[in-house]
Every structure is written in C-alpha cells, then in structure tokens.
Design a protein around this ligand. Structure first.
Ligand SMILES: Cc1cc2nc3c(=O)[nH]c(=O)nc-3n(C[C@H](O)[C@H](O)[C@H](O)COP(=O)(O)O)c2cc1C
Length: 453
C-alpha cells in the first residue's frame, strides 16, 4: 500500500523568502502586504488539494555588530515581514477546506495570551489551525527588540518552550469540561459553571492562575508542529509535536533523522506513527529537464551572495561574511539555529565554500525537472526517507511558485496513488494525523491535563 503524502505550502508574510528570488522575472511581490494577494493563493491551494498553507515567521532580522546588514533592507531578506496571525482569519473566510499552520515563538510570547489567540483561530477556522512551535531564529535582534538582554542559551530556550507548551495545554485541555455549553434562556444558564476549571501553574518560567475565558473550540489544542533537528530540538518534538518539519537535503541523513524522531516518540510511550514528518523541498518544473535546469539556474542567480549570507546569518546566528573564508566550517558553533549550521558541517568545506553554494543549497532539497521526473524524484525521496509528506517551498513567490506543480505534477502523484483522489477535509488534526477526532490523541501528554483524565 503506497503511503499517501500530506502536502503543505511554505510561505512567510514577506515579499521574498528562502530563495530570496524576488528579482526573478517570474516574481511579482508588489502586493504582498494585501489580503487579496494571500486570499488568491489560498484559494488556488484549496482547489488544488493542498492540505495546509504554512506561514513561517521572523520576529527579528539578521544582525551582527549590533546592526542590521544594509543588504537585508535593500534586498528584502525576510524584511519587511508582517504578522501572520493577523492574516489567518481573513484567509479562512475565503476557503472551506484548506488548513493553516502559523509559527509563534515561545521566546517572545506569553502562554496565556498565545493560548487565547490560537483557541480563537481554532474557532474561526473551524478546527483547521496548527501552531509551529519555535524558540525563534534572528535571536540577536529579537533580544534587543524585546529587551531580553543576552541571547538565552539554545537548550535553555527549549526548557522554557517545554514549560510554555504545558501551560497552554493545561488551558486548552484542562480549562473546560466537555458539555459546558448550556445556553438555556429559561434558566439563564449560558455555561455550566461546574464545567469551567481554575488552572494553577507555578513553574520556573511562568506563573498562571485563573480561568481560561475562551470556550472550547473544535480541536481545543491547535495541531502542534515543530522544526528543529538538534538533539534538544528532537527531544522537545518527540514529547509534544504531532507534525515535525525537516529540511535535511541528504536522503540517507533524512531517513536517519526520521528514524531517530520516531524512536524517541516511541521511547516516550507514544505510537511511532502518531507523529507525521514533513520534509521541505524546493520544486522547479519545465517542459524539458534542460529548460528546468536553466530555470533553476536563473532562480539561484536572482539573489546576491550577500543576501544569501544574510539569510544564513538570520537562521543560524553565524556571520560567514565576517570570517576568514579559509576557516573550516566544522570549527564553527552557534546558540541560535544549530540545524542550519550542522547541514554544512562534517565536511571538508571552508567558510568560502559554503558562501559559494548558499544560493544553491540553503533551504530544503532542490527538485528540478519535467513533471514526470519531479514526480518520480518525490516518490523516490518519500520511499528513501520514510517521510509522511512534503512542504513546497516558496521560490518565485505567490502562485508562480506552485503553478506547474499544481497543474502538472500533482495529477501524476494522484495517478501513482501518492495523493488522495479527493482532497482531505475535516479538522487539521484529522487531515494530517489520521486522528479519528479533532481532539488531541489520548497518547499525547496534553491529554493528561483533561479534567476527567
Ligand atoms: C521547515 C522549517 C520551518 C521553520 N520555520 C521557522 C519559523 O517560522 N520561525 C523561526 O524562528 N524558525 C523557524 N525554523 C527554525 C527552527 O524553528 C529551528 O530554530 C531551527 O530548525 C534550528 O533548530 P535547532 O537549533 O533545534 O537545530 C524552521 C525550520 C524549518 C526546518
């Protein structure tokens, strides 16, 4: 039985992302700050049968020597970037089936306030919202913007994230019992007071004491995503994530990472398949393989070397431009994005080598060719790495990124049984995890916070 893949679109509320490809002739980012720009993309993805539209987010910007590199502003390296949480309900208003996943940070947010926002979005999307839990990249700028002082060490940020998640789960799963809604005009009972419970949490990072004022939404807990392949990142994911994003470009290493995550999930008493692993890929399609390679070269040539180095800085925390190009990449370390740096390590490469290939390599696996060869490569990659689905990365921007993929590749994937003939529907959790209900599955630690647990 061929595993049917889940499919997401990888975007950010910014004119250009990952590829920094906005200078490319196929790009048209002018209207990126309008609702209509994203509503039309959401409608196309909904009709095409994508499962979800994912909005990454950057709260800071690449920074070193206490300032923002000029290229970040000049070449729009994830700058400007707008708040994706403000966008979702406007998109949900135009589509009936597509799910939405949004990044939010445990470093910058407060658990009670974020729990309230996601529970509200779960109501407004009728259970089709997911939360990509990050501790945030762009740390150097972020700590200054939020007045947090020094960058908190990497693993310590995950310690805070662990407690953060537990507080939100207590509010979503423990704040109200099922059947609380009465709405009886005769007795003037809207909600059964006995079904609303006080949450008391006093931890190392957070203290919350009170009642959760948002009535139960379809999923209660948004579908939980995570993306971070460091040892501490995988540990975090194996405890709370229902879906994990990976961006490993080497199929063997991807297979090893998928196995590692599933092993750790099982060690925690959760079913191996209760976590879906979704790999990020960049797809360029054309009528011939030569034409596709030519198109890929033109996309790779769109951003400047400095722009790609700035993006790497934002994601990893490492300023390659400020280092001797002969420095061995293995000699470097970071307290920001360990996975991004690690992707280039255990290699003979120098800083200069990495800079030379950033535009070709940064981000996920690059798949380039005719519709047939792309469908073949995707089927092969899914088989080799045992992932459950793919995230199609922003390339030119807008629908141009997905046009050929939707029109030419997806029909082939359907024929091969890799995509469902009828697009999935229901809550995001049901669509992606196969959960029989919109609610967190019993094996998830969040279920232990339920009043009747
Ligand atoms: C597909 C994908 C999407 C991500 N989206 C975001 C994001 O929206 N915002 C963010 O700050 N970091 C994002 N990250 C970065 C991760 O959250 C994490 O910081 C990074 O993978 C390094 O994690 P590690 O230090 O545990 O290895 C993303 C990573 C991947 C692979």
């Amino acid at each position: 039985m061929v595993k049917q893949l889940v499919l997401g679109a990888f975007e950010e509320f910014t004119p250009s992302f990952i590829s920094n490809g906005w200078p490319h002739e196929r790009s048209d980012p002018a209207a990126f700050a309008t609702l209509e720009y994203w509503q039309s993309l959401a409608r196309e993805l909904d009709i095409a049968g994508f499962d979800f539209l994912f909005f990454a987010d950057a709260l800071g910007y690449p920074m070193y020597d206490d300032t923002i590199p000029e290229v970040v502003v000049r070449e729009a390296v994830q700058f400007p970037v707008l708040d994706p949480l403000a966008l979702i309900s406007g998109l949900a208003a135009t589509v009936d089936r597509l799910g939405f996943v949004v990044t939010a940070s445990t470093t910058s947010e407060q658990p009670y306030l974020l729990a309230r926002r996601f529970a509200t979005l779960d109501h407004l999307t009728r259970g089709r919202i997911g939360w990509n839990v990050v501790t945030s990249d762009m740390q150097a700028a972020l700590v200054k913007l939020l007045g947090l002082g020094e960058v908190t060490p990497h693993d310590r940020r995950y310690d805070r994230a662990d407690e953060f998640i537990d507080v939100t789960l207590k509010l979503w799963e423990g704040g109200w019992s099922d059947g609380a809604a009465v709405v009886d005009k005769a007795t003037r009972v809207f909600t059964d007071p006995g079904a609303v419970h006080r949450i008391r949490h006093h931890g190392e990072f957070f203290s919350v004491d009170g009642y959760f004022p948002v009535s139960p939404s379809p999923q209660r807990t948004p579908t939980l995503f995570q993306a971070g392949a460091s040892a501490r990142g995988v540990e975090f994911a194996s405890r709370i994530a229902e879906c994990v994003f990976i961006q490993e470009r080497n199929p063997q290493k991807a297979a090893a990472l998928v196995k590692l995550i599933r092993d750790q999930v099982e060690l925690r008493g959760r079913r191996r398949d209760s976590v879906k692993i979704i790999s990020s890929i960049s797809v360029v399609v054309a009528e011939t393989d030569d034409a596709a390679r030519q198109l890929r070269r033109s996309l790779t040539a769109a951003p400047s070397r400095d722009a790609m180095a700035a993006l790497f800085l934002g994601w990893s925390g490492v300023n390659l431009m400020g280092l001797d190009p002969d420095t061995a990449i293995d000699d470097l370390s970071t307290e920001v994005g360990k996975t991004t740096l690690a992707m280039y390590q255990n290699s003979e490469m120098s800083v200069g080598d990495v800079l030379d290939q950033l535009a070709e390599t940064l981000g996920g696996t690059k798949i380039t060719g005719t519709a047939d060869s792309v469908a073949h490569d995707i089927e092969l990659l899914a088989g080799e790495s045992d992932v459950d689905g793919f995230l199609i990365e922003h390339t030119y921007g807008g629908i141009a990124t997905y046009r050929e993929f939707i029109d030419e590749v997806m029909p082939i994937l359907r024929q091969r049984g890799l995509l469902p003939r009828t697009p999935r529907s229901g809550s995001l959790r049901e669509m992606l995890t196969g959960s029989p209900t919109p609610r967190l599955q019993d094996g998830h630690p969040g279920a232990l916070f339920r009043p009747d647990a």
